[in-house]
Design a protein around this ligand. Sequence first.
Ligand SMILES: NC(=O)c1ccc[n+]([C@@H]2O[C@H](COP(=O)([O-])OP(=O)(O)OC[C@H]3O[C@@H](n4cnc5c(N)ncnc54)[C@H](O)[C@@H]3O)[C@@H](O)[C@H]2O)c1
Length: 392
Amino acid sequence: MTASIASPERLRVGVIGFGWMGRVHARAYARLAQHYPTLAGAPELVAVADNASDDRLAAAAQAFGFRDVHADWRELVARDDIDVISVTGPNFIHRDVSVAVAEHGKHLWVEKPAGRNSAETRQIAAAVTAHGVQSAAGFNYRNAPAVERARQLIADGELGTIRQVRIRLLADYAAHPEGALTWRYQNEWSGSGVAGDLVSHGIDLARYVVGEVEQVFADTAIFIPTRPLPSGVATGHGSRGSGEHGPVENEDYLAVLLRFQDGARGVLESCRTAIGEQCNYGIEIHGDRGSLAWDFRRMGELQTSLGQGYENAFYRTEFVGVESGEFGHYQPAGAIAMSYDDLKVIEAGRLVRSILTGGPVGATIHDAVIAADLVDAMLESVETGTWTRTTG
Ligand SMILES: NC(=O)c1ccc[n+]([C@@H]2O[C@H](COP(=O)([O-])OP(=O)(O)OC[C@H]3O[C@@H](n4cnc5c(N)ncnc54)[C@H](O)[C@@H]3O)[C@@H](O)[C@H]2O)c1
C-alpha cells in the first residue's frame, strides 16, 4: 500500500497513546496553522487511541476536539480517513504500531526511542521505505533556533576545526528510591534505561550540530537496583509504588567517550537519578578558533566565544532571534522565550512539509536508526570493555 494522499487539503490526524507526549503532539498539530498560516495541509484531529482505564479519551475528545476515540490502536490504524499518525505510547508499542502505520499507507511521527533497539528501529525504517510514507522522529532539541544557529556557525567555519564536544543530559525523574517500577525500568518494555530515553536525544543533538560519531567507549551504572511495584495506573515519570520491590534492569547512568568521523573527541554523560537536576540538557563545543555552549533550560540563549585570541577569550550571551531557525514563527524578537511545546510545533511543521514535498524535512526514522545503532554500540561497549564502532 502507498501513501493515501500526496497533497491534501487538510491532513487528517490520529494519535496513539494519550499521555504527556500524545497531548503535546495533539497541541502541535492544532497550533500549526496559527504559526505557519501559509503552509498547506493544516492538520485536523480525527481520532485518538489509548488503552488506559481512566477518562483520558473523553478528555481528548472534549478538550482537544478529536472526533473519535478508540481503546484499541488497531482500529485507528485501519481507518481510511486518516493520513498521518503519531505514535506516542510507551516504547514497547512503538515498533508494532509504527510498522502497521506504514503498512496502512499513513505517514508516521514516532517518539524517541523509535524502537526498543536498533533491530526494531530498522524494522520501522524498512516499513516506512517500503510503503513510501514520510516520517518524523521526536528529536525535538535539534529544532531549537539556538541549536540551528550553533549548527550554522559551525558549518560556516566560525569555530574552526571542532576538537571537543561535551553533551550532558541530567535528570532527577528517577531519583526517588520509591519511584515505581514502571515499564521504563524493565528491558522487555523499554529496551534500555537512560540510553534510549535521554542519550538518544544527545546523540541526535551532537550529530545535527557537529557531525557523525563513529566509535564509542561507554560505562553504565544502576544506582537504585530495586523499586516498588506500581500501584494503579503508572503513567508519566512521577508514579509512586508501594510494598513489594522488583529489580531495575537498565542503566540509571551512562557515560561515553565519542570519536567523531571528522576527528573531534566527545564525552556524553546522562543520568536519571541526579538530585537537583531537572532537564539539565546541553552541549558545549570547542573548535580551534572559537567555542559555543547551549543549555536547554535557557533555550533562547547561545553562549559564544568567537573572533578573539587564543587565551583569555570570553563568552558572551546571544539572544537568538528571527534570523535563527524558525524563531520568527513564534516570537517577534530575541529574548522573548519560546517553549518546549514550540519545538514540537516545529517538528509537526517539518513533517507536514515532508508530506507535501515527498522528501524528508527534519529528523526522520532514518535519524532514529543512527541513534539506535549508537545506543546499541554503547551498550555493547559496556559488555566488551572496548571501543565499539557503529554498525551503520
Ligand atoms: N521527545 C521528548 O522529549 C519526549 C519526552 C517524553 C517522552 N517521550 C517519549 O514518548 C513516549 C511516551 O512517553 P510519555 O511520557 O508521553 O508517556 P505516558 O506514560 O505519559 O503516556 C503513554 C500513554 O500511552 C498509553 N498506552 C499504553 N499502552 C498503550 C496501548 N497498547 N495502546 C494505546 N495506548 C497505550 C498510556 O495509557 C498513556 O496514556 C515514550 O516513548 C517516551 O520515550 C519523548
